[in-house]
Design a protein around this ligand. Sequence first.
Ligand code: FES
Length: 98
Amino acid sequence: MQIKKSRYKAHLFICNKSRTDGRKSCGHEVDPDLKTILKNEIRERGWKLFVRVSDCGCLGVCDAGPNIMIYPQKIWLSAVTRDDIPEILHILEEIMEA
Ligand code: FES
């Protein structure tokens, strides 16, 4: 095993878990363009080397989804829609300026 520190100042994890058993899951509700839009906005702001956006599995708060978590800041966002992108970018801006 190798242990390294992440080079990212913030890492967004977008839950894309899709259940097939009828239970609520983010993958069925998350905006399919959300990740691409966020990545493009991050790139345009010059944050690409410092902010990472990744898909992830279930975060355990399925009923509140679609969910995004931002680490290491421990910020959890729920019921996220495309309309929330400006606020997400504002959160990232504050992280970048900290
Ligand atoms: S399916 Fe997204 S938090 Fe469980």
